[in-house]
Design a protein around this ligand. Structure first.
Ligand code: PHE
Length: 353
């Protein structure tokens, strides 16, 4: 490249650089333009690297030309950089002014109380008003508490009614909350009013209406002259209160070794309004409250004299009642850890708290 060509090339580079810098609006893009012109392999950078290729007598002049060009380009890029930086900081200032630290934070998606817990709390408050205490029992129970103390001896066929998880230490995962009946009798004696909500376990095949892990509320009232009418009146109060409407009940005989007589209290199905659906097994009724008069053997095992005292017991299906209350058709969502399917449940009866 002779000196004329070099001059023209320098003029071109300066013009192209000035045009590009004017177009650029981002600081980072301007930095890459800088290196694509002045960097070692940049358009002007190459000319600088090339100085040594000229005959020694021309090197001084060539060096002067390209270095002066470099100075002008540097100045041009610096000016543009200052412009861009002042625009950028003005934008930052405007954004900072828009941010008002005194405003409340944006709303977070909130969870809520689990439907089963919500119904459990409601039932606890209701029974507390009726003079009951709330007891808890262990989820891992001895065979004695889960069965024998409840008049279910080892050989009794009623053991087959409840498919049990047996543990290697000889205990069981309680199949119902009824063991708390025995524990409460031992703890308080008669007279006695307790409820015991809690988790129960059965070896079940899981489907829309069966779970291996579910909740019950045990109820036990022992006093003088307690009879079935007390039990039925209590059932009516309980279900009416939870469902926020007058419920229709149906009472049938039922067998449980720890009550005599034993009954099943059914409630008309909330899901279909009695029109028959899969939830109520096409019957219009759901079994919600197995119950009965406490068997004399159970009172005796609990240290209470059956000639002096009588009482009723029930084992409310808490999970099922929560499903009825909130119109939840599939029991599996309740233990799934993902309650989104019921984030907006059909509010059959009242809010979730
Ligand atoms: N424990 C029984 C069950 O889980 C229910 C029940 C409780 C029945 C109390 C009568 C009295 O099936």
């Amino acid at each position: 490249m002779n000196l004329d060509e070099l001059n023209r090339r320098i003029v071109d580079i300066e013009r192209e650089t000035a045009d590009a810098a004017r177009e650029i609006t981002l600081v980072d893009s301007l930095r890459s333009l800088d290196s694509s012109v002045l960097g070692k392999t940049g358009s002007l950078g190459l000319l600088i690297a090339n100085i040594k290729e000229y005959p020694p007598d021309q090197r001084g002049q060539v060096g002067k030309l390209v270095n002066e060009a470099k100075g002008r380009i540097n100045a041009l890029l610096d000016t543009r950089m200052a412009e861009l930086q002042s625009v950028a900081s003005a934008v930052d200032d405007a954004q900072a002014r828009e941010f008002d630290p005194t405003l409340p934070p944006p709303p977070k998606p909130m969870g809520s109380i689990h439907p089963v817990t919500a119904v459990q709390w409601e039932i606890e408050r209701l029974f507390e008003r009726m003079g009951f205490t709330v007891e808890a029992g262990p989820e891992m129970e001895s065979e004695y508490h889960n069965f024998e103390a409840l008049n279910i001896p080892a050989s009794h066929p009623a053991r087959d009614m409840q498919d049990t998880f047996w543990l290697t230490n000889g205990c069981v995962l309680r199949t119902h909350t009824s063991p708390v009946q025995h524990r409460a009798m031992k703890k308080f004696g008669a007279p006695l009013r307790v409820i015991a909500p809690g988790r129960c376990f059965r070896y079940e095949t899981i489907d829309a209406s069966h779970e291996n892990t579910f909740h019950q509320v045990e109820g036990l009232m022992i006093d003088r002259d307690i009879g079935l009418p007390h039990l039925i009146a209590m059932a009516k109060t309980l279900l009416t209160e939870v469902m926020r409407r007058k419920v229709k009940l149906r009472v049938r005989p039922g067998f449980f070794p720890f009550v005599e007589p034993g009954i099943e209290i059914d409630m008309n199905c909330e899901i279909c309004g009695g029109k028959k659906c899969p939830t109520c097994k096409q019957s219009g009724w759901v079994e919600i409250l197995p119950a009965g008069m406490v068997h004399p053997n159970v009172l005796r095992a609990g240290g209470i004299d059956p000639d002096e005292w009588s009482g009723f017991a029930f084992g409310l299906g808490l999970t099922r009642l929560a499903m009825m209350k909130f119109g939840i058709r599939d029991i599996r969502v309740l233990n799934s850890g993902d309650l989104r399917p019921i984030v907006a449940p059909v509010r059959v009866a009242g809010p979730i708290l």
